[in-house]
Design a protein around this ligand. Structure first.
Ligand code: C2E
Ligand code: MG
Ligand code: MG
Ligand code: MG
Length: 288
C-alpha cells in the first residue's frame, strides 16, 4: 500500500496542472481565429480635464484611452486581462496590436474631421512585446501616414516593464522622434519608478489607480502629492487613473492633477457614444 502512495499523489498533482495548459492551448487557437476573423472591438474611455469648470459631469473628453475587447462567439465579451497575457507570450499581440492601432487612428481622424480641435487625442496601450519589434516605430509611422493622423494626436501608453528592455527604449526614442507622445502607465506600482524616468524618456505619467484609491486618506494624499510635484519638476503631463468618487476627483484637482479618468466620469464606451458626447459638447458651445 505504501508503494502506491507516491503514484496516487503524482496523479493527484498532475491533473490540476493539465487543465490550465489545455485551456491555454484552446485560448491560443481561438485567439488566432479571432484575429483572422476580426472578433475584436475597441472601447474608448474619456480622459477629462479636472481643472475645468465642469468637474464630475463627464463633459467633452480631452483624450480617450482605447481599450480592446474580444467578442468571442461562445464566451461573449472577454476582458483584456483574460487574453492579453496569452497574446503577449505567443507574439499574437503584434498583429492584434497593429489592428488596434490602425482602427483607433482611423477613428481619431474621423472625430478630428468632424469636431476639429474639440476632438479628443488618442491614447493606445502598447505591450513591451510590441515595442521589442525592431520596426515597431516604422510601423506606427506607416499607420499614421495611411490614416492621416497627426503624430502629436497619438499617445502610446507603455508599462514600466517595457522601460527595462533596451530594445523597447529604442522604440520609445524612435516614436518620440516621430512626434508621438509616450505615457508611462500604472505609474508607481513598479519597482523602479524613479530610475525608469532617467533611462527612458516619457511625456506623461498615469498615476496608478491604487494611489487614486488612497488619495483621500492622509498618507495617500502625501503620495499623490509627491507624484504630481515630481512630475511638475520633470515637466511631465499627468493623468490620474481609476477615479471612482467625487471626493477623489476633488482631492486630485486640489493637488493639481490636470487630467483624470475613471468610472466617476465615464466607463469605456463604444466610438458612437463618444461621438454623441462630442456632438453634445459642440451644440453647447454654439449655444453659448
Ligand atoms: P490600463 O491601460 O491601466 O487601463 C485601465 C483599466 O482600468 C481598464 O481596464 C479600464 O476599464 C479600467 N478602469 C477605468 N476606470 C476605472 C475605475 O474607475 N475603476 C476601476 N476599477 N477600473 C477602471 P481594461 O479595459 O479591462 O484593461 C485592462 C488592461 O489591459 C489595461 O490596463 C491594459 O494594460 C491592457 N489593455 C487594454 N487594452 C489593450 C490594448 O489595446 N493593447 C494592449 N497591449 N493592452 C491593453
Ligand atoms: Mg493604459
Ligand atoms: Mg493604467
Ligand atoms: Mg492599470
Amino acid at each position: 500500500a505504501d508503494r502506491d502512495g507516491p503514484r496516487i499523489r503524482h496523479v493527484a498533482y498532475a491533473a490540476p496542472l493539465d487543465v490550465p495548459v489545455r485551456a491555454r492551448a484552446t485560448l491560443e487557437r481561438d485567439l488566432r481565429t479571432g484575429i483572422d476573423e476580426e472578433q475584436f472591438s475597441v472601447m474608448y474611455q474619456p480622459i477629462v480635464a479636472l481643472d475645468g469648470p465642469d468637474l464630475g459631469d463627464g463633459g467633452v473628453p480631452a483624450m480617450v484611452e482605447a481599450l480592446v475587447r474580444w467578442e468571442h462567439p461562445e464566451r461573449g465579451t472577454v476582458p483584456p486581462a483574460d487574453f492579453i497575457p496569452v497574446a503577449e507570450s505567443t507574439g499574437l499581440i503584434v498583429p492584434l496590436g497593429r489592428w488596434i492601432l490602425e482602427r483607433t487612428c482611423r477613428q481619431a481622424v474621423r472625430w478630428h474631421a468632424t469636431y476639429g480641435a474639440a476632438a479628443p487625442r488618442l491614447s493606445v496601450n502598447v505591450s513591451a512585446r510590441q515595442l521589442q519589434e525592431p520596426d515597431f516605430a516604422a510601423d506606427v509611422e506607416r499607420v499614421l501616414t495611411a490614416t492621416g493622423l497627426a503624430p502629436h494626436r497619438l499617445t502610446v501608453e507603455i508599462t514600466e516593464t517595457a522601460t527595462l528592455h533596451p530594445s523597447c527604449v529604442q522604440s520609445v526614442h524612435a516614436l518620440r522622434a516621430l512626434g508621438v507622445r509616450i505615457s508611462l502607465d500604472d505609474f508607481g506600482t513598479g519597482h523602479s519608478s524613479l530610475s525608469t524616468l532617467q533611462s527612458c524618456p516619457v511625456d506623461e505619467l498615469k498615476l496608478d489607480r491604487a494611489f487614486t484609491g488612497t488619495c483621500t486618506a492622509p498618507d495617500g494624499r502625501t503620495v499623490a502629492a509627491a507624484v504630481i510635484q515630481m512630475a511638475r519638476a520633470l515637466r511631465l503631463a499627468t493623468v490620474a487613473e481609476g477615479i471612482e468618487t467625487e471626493a477623489q476627483a476633488r482631492r486630485l484637482r486640489e493637488l493639481g492633477y490636470p487630467h483624470g479618468q475613471g468610472y466617476h466620469f465615464a466607463k469605456p464606451q463604444p466610438a458612437e457614444r463618444i461621438g454623441e458626447l462630442l456632438a453634445a459638447g459642440e451644440a453647447l458651445a454654439e449655444a453659448r
